[in-house]
Design a protein around this ligand. Sequence first.
Ligand code: FCB
Length: 461
Amino acid sequence: MTFPEDFAWGAATSAYQIEGAVDAEGRGPSVWDVFCRRPGAVWGGHAGDTACDHYRRYAADVALMRQIGLRAYRLSIAWPRVLPNGVGEVNLRGLDFYDRLIDALLDAGIVPYVTLFHWDLPQALEERGGWLDRASADWFAEYTTVVARRLADRVTHWFTINEPQVFLSHGYQTGVHAPGKKLPRKHVLQMGHHVLLAHGKSVQALRAASEGPCEIGFAPVGTVFVPATNGPADVQAARQMMFSVHDDSLFNNTWWMDPPLLGRYPIDGIRRFGADSPDVQPGDLETIHQPLDFFGHNTYSAQVVRMGAQGPECVPSLPGGAMSTFRWTLVPEALYWGPRLFYERYGLPIHVAENGMSNTDWVALDGKVHDPQRIDYMARYLRKLGEALRDGVDVRGYFYWSILDNFEWAEGYRERFGLVHVDFATQTRTLKDSAFWYRHVIAGGGDALFDPRPAPAALAV
Ligand code: FCB
């Protein structure tokens, strides 16, 4: 067996992308509700108002997860559903929803992994200054405590924050995501510091509210660098690129990962960002650097590198190389080198907190959804993850993004990532071939990935 018995074979979603019911039962608006109303902000003028209507259909969705045999499910809580104004008054009906969802998952034998922040900041807090206000760290801690007091008797696996790089860059630098602002980098890095503080305070709040042991991590994204060969020089090139701040953007690994995991900002980042570096108060890094139980990583983009005469060099992808409809290239080795190099640097068990591909899936004349490319994608990536396990990397889980086709942020409903097809006009769910294939993989503890005999697609039907 390559994959351990208790491996968390999972799938992931986030609240705004699936729940819909944005006005239901006391939920307050989030920055995404407001952003979607802005003309031209989201492809096709789409919004998350209904999304997958998961708020009402959660029981049927959990039944689908059970049918697929998921062992774990990563969901996020909508902050404005729990605290409509971000702080203060608690909306009990919002909490009741998560209560029911968690119970349904546990009844189905599925372990919930709960993300506290997946980008749907309460609009009320944005209007008070949002992440630019240092108090945002305390707002997030207050929200964490409210959620944990209600759920921590049953939820034992937590992610604090999803992809700081993406919501800060897209939301506050380029403005292509909510709230659609274009602020100077100095401000955005200051916000980033508050986000990291919020993470630290949230970890403290989770530990304080949990009676028993719990496992806490976070889910940054960031490019994985894959060495062109297994030779030591190329591996060193990959390591150097993975763990350096080598351009002016916020899309690097170490600026976001070193403070929580090593207790310091990377020196090369401080040099590069110069006067734009955030103001850090005494004690902040201690607060940010809380002990964590695992390292979560959303693995999507990867770049092949080799060591050249002047240092690491990127190897351009071949013309016509495989890619998804998002135009993200296929680099399965990312699930070998990402976990391996993150494990080497941070020494924590690894969860692949997201990985997946979008395509143009539709229901065929035979009533089924044939997605052989997704099966092939998953097989290739999971085999590489298996190789990392065989080479001693402590990988605990894999969360396919996503269980359902859903609202893909600025792309609206154009990009379909799901194992389950959603007809957004009727809310009909159809398991794609990949869902049946994943069921087979999970049932066999991953062994089917390495079985050269049956073609995965044939198993699906
Ligand atoms: C990640 C996000 C997730 C989803 C996938 C495709 O960056 O965390 O919500 O949009 O990309």
